[in-house]
Each structure stands twice: as structure tokens, then as C-alpha cells.
Design a protein around this ligand. Structure first.
Ligand SMILES: Cc1ncc(COP(=O)(O)O)c(C=O)c1O
Length: 474
């Protein structure tokens, strides 16, 4: 332990000790029951108010024990609870180094190199999109939810800019029942009244039904509302399904509504060999949410809102104030401070994680990653399809497989209870952590295959573990 920097050297050693074990690591270090509950002594340690300094050696020892016992390992391929799983070593290194200078990327004056690198990453993302890259742009945000909020905000500004601020109470937003909750929340943040948010019904694979959208839009117009925004999800949160984006855009076309594509999960497909169906979908959008921490191996959380018309981001310039920071407000777009295209001011240099990852792997490496995720998804899908104990709930369109246990008395309540009991058994040992998620026809298990460490051995182990955890397993 270095005497000069005891905390830093301890933290770096902790990381270096743990990362090499990730491929074989369980989702929990301790058993599930132990990891989920802090002992009285641990709670006391966490909550006790530190009026005077704490002895460094003791503090590091105690904290290490807390981390070991209670931190769930979202780097492990056995962590299946949320859509992010796994982080690439290069991206983790980039994120450490990005935080290290303790700087922001708001202005070129304080961040000449970070501004170049962030712009480079945005331009690499644009290469994958079917838009005119010279006219399009992107803005880095702290999470997929923020990218969605930003999309609603840009659309709201466009609508009120064109029609006048008095239309705000009449603006109507459309999304689907299976869309992420950040869309209605974004509407609320942007002053759209909840009665003007229409959650459209879905088909049996959680995809928005364009026929129901058409009816809802017509009714909204009849009652004096102005359709200004539709969200189509490319990779729904549970089933990973793709909304029929071309048909949705066609319904909205005559109303000049903003078409947002929430590709927080699905945009990953733009980098794989089967990118055509994702590109075709994006062709219909005004904006696209793209999460680098879901599937691409960036640490939680790093997202981009990509916009077809770069000028749409101009509304993010400070309406007043900001003179203490921005000195070159008239600079052309290519030379402008990135803070002028951002939802927030002091933003850390997180894009170094993406820059380093992309440089290290190359586009071919990222393509191989996406293709492997798809192959593993299909392998697991086949295991479930041939299992006597589970039913496939949806045909996987991306990198998630949804399935349900067979059994019970056929009623919904008994299926829910069976699913719950199965989940408890799956997660009990602490090795695997898998989620039960609401979906059309009741809750489903959702398994994910984007973790960069995941291989066929994990896929088979998960399928075997699911079989063994089913209450009817012999
Ligand atoms: C489709 C979709 N959009 C947006 C989000 C929100 O992303 P974040 O957790 O980065 O805020 C999620 C999260 O799961 C999602 O599945």
C-alpha cells in the first residue's frame, strides 16, 4: 500500500484483483440472502455520523468487507437483472482516465482534446445512421432516460416555436404501453399534461399497434389536440422488440409530428452485421436515443441523443447568462463549445471510455461483439424452445429472450406464483440474478446476451440452471 496515496492505491488494487475473475464471477459474492440484508453492525457502520476523522486502515478494511458482501456484480455475465450487463476493460480504463483530470467538456478552452474526442465519437455513431451526417449531430447525456427527456424537449420547443407558446396545453404525445417510463416522465418534465399522453396498445410481442395509433391520433385531433411527438421503441425494455417504425412514422407524417426512436437497447444493432433492419427503421426518425452502457460495454451510464437536424440542438444554448463560461458564441458549429449543445453544464469527460473502446476494438471488433450477442441469444432461444419446463414468450428480435415456466393449474395467478417461486430458486445461490418483467400475457423471465464476457458455456449453464430451478424439476 502506497503511504502517499493509500486510498487510490487501495482502490486500484481492489479493481485489479476483481476484474480478472469476472468471467467466472457470480452475480453476488455472498449468498443472495446474505447479500440482500445488512447486519445491524453494518448498518451502524454505514449510518454513524463521522464527526472526527476515521482511521484510514480500519475504514478501508471495513469498506472492502461491505463491498465484498453486498455489491452485486454488474460486470458478471451472470448478472441478468437489468439491460446493462458487463463492461469492457478499455471502456472502464477510459472512464477512469476521463474522471482523473477533474475537468468538464463544456468549452474548448478548458477541454480542447476532450472536445475533439467527443466530436469524433459522435461522428462515428453518425456513420452508422442513414441520415445526412453533414446535417445531423448528437448530444451526450448521462442516461437513456435523459436522452428521451431531451428528445421530448426539442420537439416541444420546435412545436411551440412554430405555433406559439399558447399551444402547450394542446400538445399531444404518443408512445406505447410497452415503452420505457422515461417517455411519459419526459412529457411531464416538459409541461405536457398527463391527459395528453397517449399510451398505445401493443401486439402479443409488445410492439405498438399502428392501427390503434391511428385511432388515438384521430380522437386527439377531434378533441382539439395537436399531435407533436411520437415515440417508437427500437428494442422494447422487456421483449427487445422493434416497433413498426415505418408504419408509425406514416401515421404521424401528415401531422408534422417529431418522430423519436428510443433505441436505448436496440441501436446496438446498427453496429452489427445485420444492421440493415435497424438502419431502415432509423431512416424514419428525427431523433434516436442510443445507450452505450446497454450492450456496448461502456460503464453505466453513458447515452447519446442523435438528431437528424443539428440545428434542433440550438435551443440548448443559454437563453441568458452563461457569459462567464462561453466566450465564442458566434463560432461555427464545428468549432462551437460542446456545452452549447448540452442539456447540462459541467459534464465530465465520459466519452473517453467510448473513444478508447472503439479505437481498441475497431468497428470490426464491435461488429463481432454484436454478432456474438445475437448468436448466443438464438442458442438460448433454442434451449428454451426445446425445454419441457419453459415456454418461449416472444421470438427474440434483439438480444433478450423472454420465457415463462410451464406448469401450475393454467390460471394467471398460479402462473405468477410459479414464476415467483422459480425466480427465488434461480437467484437463491447468488450465482445468477435474473429478472421477472411485466409483458403481454403476464410476467416473463428475461435473459440477456450482450455481456462481452458471455460465451456458450454461460448460455448452457443458464439454461441448465433454469431447468434445475423449476419447482417441477426432478
Ligand atoms: C427502451 C429503454 N429506453 C430508455 C431506458 C432508460 O435508460 P437509462 O436506464 O439509461 O436511463 C431504458 C432502460 O432500461 C430502456 O429499456
Amino acid at each position: 500500500m502506497s503511504a502517499d496515496h493509500p486510498y487510490l492505491s487501495w482502490a486500484l488494487r481492489y479493481v485489479l484483483d476483481h476484474v480478472p475473475q469476472d468471467r467466472d464471477a457470480p452475480a453476488f459474492h455472498a449468498s443472495r440472502a446474505e447479500a440482500g440484508t445488512l447486519t445491524d453492525a453494518e448498518q451502524e457502520l454505514v449510518r454513524a455520523y463521522p464527526e472526527s476523522p476515521t482511521d484510514g486502515d480500519a475504514l478501508r478494511r471495513e469498506l472492502e468487507s461491505l463491498l465484498d458482501r453486498h455489491l452485486i456484480n454488474g460486470r458478471s455475465p451472470r448478472f441478468q437483472n437489468q439491460l446493462f450487463s458487463g463492461v469492457e476493460e478499455e471502456a472502464l480504463a477510459g472512464s477512469f482516465l476521463g474522471i482523473f483530470p477533474n475537468n468538464t467538456i463544456s468549452t474548448r478552452e478548458v477541454a480542447p482534446l476532450p472536445s475533439e474526442m467527443e466530436t469524433a465519437v459522435t461522428s462515428w455513431l453518425l456513420r452508422a445512421l442513414p441520415w445526412d451526417a453533414a446535417k445531423a449531430d448528437g448530444s451526450l447525456t448521462p442516461a437513456g432516460s435523459f436522452s428521451n427527456y431531451l428528445a421530448v424537449y426539442l420537439a416541444r420547443r420546435r412545436a411551440t416555436g412554430a405555433k406559439g407558446a399558447h399551444v402547450l396545453p394542446y400538445l399531444a404525445l404518443f408512445t406505447s404501453e410497452a415503452a420505457h417510463y422515461s417517455i411519459p416522465k419526459g412529457a411531464d418534465l416538459c409541461g405536457i399534461s398527463p391527459e395528453n399522453v397517449f399510451e398505445i396498445g401493443t401486439d402479443e410481442h409488445d410492439r405498438m399497434r399502428p392501427d390503434l395509433l391511428r385511432v388515438a391520433v384521430a380522437r386527439a385531433i377531434e378533441s382539439g389536440l395537436i399531435p407533436f411527438f411520437v415515440n417508437a421503441t427500437m428494442g422494447t425494455t422487456v421483449a427487445g422488440s422493434l416497433d413498426p417504425i415505418a408504419e408509425i412514422a406514416a401515421v404521424m407524417a401528415e401531422h408534422e409530428a417529431w418522430v423519436h426512436i428510443d433505441g436505448a437497447w436496440g441501436a446496438l444493432g446498427l453496429l452489427g452485421s445485420e444492421s440493415a433492419r435497424f438502419r431502415d427503421a432509423v431512416a424514419h426518425g428525427d431523433s434516436l436515443t442510443w445507450d452505450a452502457h446497454k450492450g456496448l460495454g461502456a460503464p453505466v451510464s453513458l447515452s447519446y441523443l442523435m438528431v437528424r437536424d443539428a440545428g434542433a440542438l440550438d435551443v440548448l444554448r443559454p437563453s441568458h447568462g452563461g457569459g462567464y463560461l462561453f466566450r465564442n458564441l458566434d463560432a461555427p458549429r464545428e468549432e462551437a463549445d460542446l456545452g452549447l449543445r448540452s442539456l447540462y453544464c459541467g459534464k465530465p469527460f465520459v466519452s473517453l471510455s467510448m473513444w478508447l473502446l472503439w479505437k481498441a476494438k475497431g468497428a470490426s471488433g464491435l461488429r463481432a461483439h454484436v454478432d456474438k450477442a445475437r448468436a448466443l441469444t438464438l442458442r438460448f432461444r433454442d434451449r428454451i424452445a426445446e425445454s419441457p419446463l419453459y415456454d418461449l414468450a416472444h421470438e427474440p428480435e434483439t438480444w433478450a429472450v423472454c420465457f415463462r415456466p410451464k406448469g401450475g393449474d393454467g390460471g394467471q395467478e398460479s402462473l405468477e406464483e410459479l414464476s415467483e417461486r422459480t425466480r427465488e430458486r434461480v437467484n437463491a445461490s447468488g450465482k445468477w440474478m435474473i429478472n421477472l418483467c411485466p409483458s403481454t400475457g403476464g410476467r416473463v423471465f428475461r435473459a440477456l446476451f450482450v455481456n462481452p464476457l458471455m460465451n456458450e458455456i454461460h448460455v448452457n449453464e443458464l439454461a441448465d440452471h433454469m431447468e434445475a430451478s423449476h419447482p417441477d424439476a426432478v
